[in-house]
Design a protein around this ligand. Sequence first.
Ligand code: SF4
Length: 755
Amino acid sequence: VKYVVAVRPLCEFTARSGDLDRRFMAAPSAVEGMAGHRAVVATRGPAYESEIALSGTHGLVTVRGRADGHDSSARRLEEIKTHRGDVARITAHQRALHWAQAKVYGHLLCAARDLAALDVALVYFEVSSGRETVLVERYSAAELEDFFVTQCERFAAWAARELEHRQARDLVLETLQFPYGEFRAGQREFSKAIYRAARNSHCVLLQAPTGIGKTMAALFPMLKACGTSLDKVFFLCAKTMGRVAALEALAHVRKSAPALRLRVLELVAREQVCEHPGAACHGEACPLARGFHDRLPAARGEAVELGWLDRAAVRDVALAHGICPYYLGQELVRWADVVVGDYNYYFDSNGALYGAMLSDGWRVGVLVDEAHNMVERARRMYSAELRTADLGVATAQAPKALRPPLSRLARSLAQIAAAQEAGYRAHQQVPQSMMSHVESAVTALSEHFVDEAEPAEKQLLQCYFDLLAFQRLAENLGDHSIFDVSVTGNDAAFCIRNVVPAPFIGRRIAAAQGIALFSATLDPMAYYTAMLGLPQDCAQAKIPGPFRAEQLDVCLVGDVSTRYHHRLESLGAVVAMMARAYRARPGNYLCFSSSYEYTRRLEARMRMDHDGIPVWGQAPDMGAQEREDFLARFARGGRGIGFVVLGGAFGEGVDLPGDRLIGAFILTLGLPQVNAVNEEMKRLMQARFGEGYNYAYLYPGLQKVVQAAGRVIRSETDVGSVYLVDDRFQRARVRSLLPEWWRVRMLSSSPQARD
Ligand code: SF4
């Protein structure tokens, strides 16, 4: 058995030394990198071959990869590297790594084509200017082979250890039993669907109610598939709570099967784990970047031996070796069996997990937890905004030489804003004149920042990043996004607003070996399929929950309206109905409404009319401690009503089992506000899917309602009530979006009409 490694990870392992150097300078994005490669290849002659698949073996190491290009008439192999800024800023250590890759490819090509000698070239392509810098060295085949053998031998001991780990891991996985003993109702079906997706390289969209234990039921089949058809598993979450649940499940797997020695890595955002906030990530500015690559091998060895690599463990190892915990975590992705982290790491345009998966050729099983969050999160990943006010602040901070391009851009934006009569307008395209000013500003800022080791002008730097993001998205503007301009007083916002993330996300979904997206609320599945660009053959399943209809009394109070203009009128009746329900069965309740203002009114009226009922309310911008304190009031055996906003911090991911929560009043359909932006989104989705209102308003709204209602029944022994309060809940289209297992009964808001 051979250990197969791609050229890049091999060389990063054997030929990288010195400091970590991630200067603030925006590295070319993956898209720019690919475009740069294409630009270089386009200038080469007819004898030029690109993307040549090569492989070679020494000892137990098999190395494979695709050489960027070879000109057979000139006998020259090229390794193309894209960069931004002055080529002189590429450090000697980085250059040594690039040469190592080029020479390994050189050997593989000589061996494959039986060449006696070869020119090996490093082609540096600067993405903003299109400038090429070419460095050429001539090697004999024997010299290149020597180099290749040396790299393989440096890697051999690690490769042997990795092979041993893989074989032992896969052997244990073959016989691994479900770590919680028996499957609960629904868990087996859920697990099977994921296993099939992993085995058959498919995508599956799974809806299963809260309480069946989705996290373990998702991880278990993916781990089993690791024994046969996967290299590793990515567990991707929307929120910290999902990460915590995944780590708990994985800790249980490790405990129940110690021989597995599963390597589990938690990825955390840089801001949360940086030991020197404010410093730049290079050896001159941060002590933990200095000599990073020289000390990395020892830290890496210790980490994989440890196997359990949550945030605390990675930090301990990193600091023991005097290196940066964040970048150690990034390095460990390569050697981990399971990686747990935020959606961003895979779905964002610069997602590190996605990039590594492609470049290293891993077969990855991807799990997307609480997937109903994906549409909103993905939209944010592929949207960008420029504000004239921010540009003004940045221009004031800019050195004199930079002011003209920034001022020209500001003038161009001001003209567009002034020409618009309404406060909001959507456009078909970004005006060409505006884009040329954006490009000039980006070029000027690139040149400015390239020579700054640590820029002090934070707003200017932020402006630069905003412009880069805007520029990238403008290049890809299509019928999935809107370009709109909102003018408020002296400020104007120019926004590329992604509406349908499918073109961006679909690619990433298709690249996984097997992928499962799951949540308790994915109705209707056609909506998520369309919005996320799931493949045509994506399997779908709705797993029935273990809950019985008798556990949840669902009351539809359809004789009142909670619409904005009816709220004052219906306030007394709504509050009285809630008080009656509370008195009939005292305990802890949540009341969900559509805004803080409505929440405050309801709370105040409840205090006034029914002062025996304890009440407490959610405030805007609550910190973590305040949120905890709020939830702590839902004590076992406690009584009272907590007033919150639907879709806010307490609408999902809140677990209040037993009598910590016995009922929920839902006073809204959760429909997004009707405003110019949402109307434009509706128009786009009407044109694309023929269901504008449903896609823009109804489905996202009802998804929040069902999530909120899901707070009440958390286990097979819970009992409780949900009150859906508004006449619109009676509509057939709305009723069809409520969970099938609910048995809905009608209830009047007035006491006389009751029963
Ligand atoms: S500790 Fe912070 S500043 Fe230093 S390299 Fe790590 S992330 Fe960068």
